[in-house]
Ligand binder design. Structure first.
Ligand code: PGA
Length: 246
């Protein structure tokens, strides 16, 4: 089931979600438990990451007990490439926190054996007991992670072809469409659905149509975000513009 939460602006949404993450980390670490977070890239989660960094600095929120798994990585881009998601996460979150380097997981875009890398990724998630809270954005194609249409509900971490709409949307970061990789490694829909909580964030009018489809269309591979309707605890955090078509 998808519930919606309307926020006046990005900042307020970021504070609300960061507060939920902080509560989860604090409650679990008090009883000696780790917290497993699923993380997203793109412009949407940036205010959330800025708020988590503020909580770490100003409120002494520690990430020592946190384990992270990112949703996806571009095929062919290594950690030193400024558009790789590994680079993005280091710059915008990890290097500002006290999270142990060994607790960070991102699919390896340079892997020579993508199938093995993806199977190992699934195994690593299982080995730590699954994802407690997954952050998601949504692409205009209906992708979650890089699960482009068509992506079935039983898909697992794998190599995928990027949709041309996604490549064009993301070309603003590369400066040139030709530089945007054709493929990516992404957690599957099933992997995402197994997270115990899902917090999807969407802002702005450009997301209004896909947010409407994700919530109202019958779940199908044609719009992978519709599978979230089958999740027991999924919240869409929206501003008024993204909620316009609901
Ligand atoms: P965006 O990307 O945050 O840059 O809009 C979202 C997504 O593609 O999941």
């Amino acid at each position: 089931m998808i519930s919606t939460r309307l926020h006046p602006d990005k900042q307020t949404a970021a504070q609300a979600i960061a507060g939920e993450i902080a509560d989860l980390i604090e409650i679990r670490s008090k009883s000696g438990k780790t917290t497993v977070l699923g993380l997203a890239t793109g412009s949407t989660p940036l205010p959330l990451y800025a708020e988590l960094i503020r909580l770490h600095r100003a409120e002494k929120l520690s990430f020592r007990s946190v384990i992270t798994f990112n949703l996806d990585e571009y095929a062919g881009l290594g950690p030193s490439h400024p558009q790789s998601y590994r680079f993005f996460m280091e710059e915008n979150l990890f290097r500002h926190l006290d999270i142990p380097a060994g607790n960070i997981h991102i699919p390896d875009g340079l892997s020579k054996d993508a199938a093995k890398n993806c199977a190992d990724y699934e195994a690593a998630i299982r080995a730590v007991g699954g994802i407690d809270l997954q952050i998601l954005g949504i692409g205009r194609t209906g992708h979650i992670g890089f699960n482009e249409p068509p992506s079935a509900a039983d898909t697992r971490t794998r190599w995928v072809h990027l949709d041309e709409v996604t490549r064009r949307d993301n070309s603003v970061f590369f400066g040139d469409l030709a530089q945007v990789p054709q493929g990516a490694l992404t957690m599957g829909v099933a992997t995402i659905l197994e997270a115990r909580r899902v917090e999807l964030i969407a802002f702005g009018e450009a997301k209004a149509d896909i947010v409407h489809r994700a919530m109202k269309e019958a779940p199908s591979a044609a719009c992978p975000a519709t599978w979230l309707q089958q999740h027991p605890r999924c919240t869409f955090h929206l501003d008024a513009a993204a909620a316009k078509a609901l």
